[in-house]
Design a protein around this ligand. Sequence first.
Ligand code: PGA
Length: 257
Amino acid sequence: MRTPLIAGNWKMFKTAGEAVALVQDLSRLVADVSEVEIAVCPPFTALKSVATVIELDKLSLKLGAQNVYWEEEGAFTGEVAPRMLQELGVDYVIIGHSERREHFGETNETVNKKVAAVIAHNMRPIMCVGESLRQREAEETNAFVREQVVGGLANLSADQCANLVVAYEPIWAIGTGRSATPEMANDVCRHIRAVVGGLFGPDICREMRILYGGSVKPENIAMYMQEPDIDGALVGGASLKADGFADIVKFDEQRVG
Ligand code: PGA
């Protein structure tokens, strides 16, 4: 059984103070949720404060970061090393988000280095893949996503990838209000599972969680969660308010359709 994971990607929103307030509000609203893993991924500057709240209030929320650099340490001005995150109690690290690929020049090669570095430090990568509108219209989605998955996981073993999470986020659905249909999303998630199965065998691909991301909101989460190959969601805009995010976490209570 794969435990559902709902992760909030707060992008470049929330100061440390705002992030703490949001976590406190959210934790009250989801206090009775036990069968869903919840992760919050604030900006680097809020990680320490959020980690402290999680620890002091004994919250069951997991902490995630939105990026990392792959070197241990060194003269890399502005970058953050894996062990700096590890020390803060970071559990998940989002890697290769389409915004990082688009605005910060990330490639499958750099994603691969980051995934390896995160795994080496006992954190769990949430590796993001997804096609552009042009690629979808040209029916290149599966080939493109395969390339991202294979490239991102190059030189890794099945054991190393035991805790890998993949997020399928069609670029045209991110922050646009235009979400993929559940069937469309599940088709690509199934394809991703098959690609990982081809690389590492059936056990890993059966256990691996695949999230859908792209304009997920309380009104559509239940439809995605009904799909067999979708194990959760990476939520951007709708994770910035406690009540909306809590409604997504409680997807069982939302109406389908
Ligand atoms: P969105 O973002 O939910 O605002 O579409 C998702 C993401 O970028 O992870």
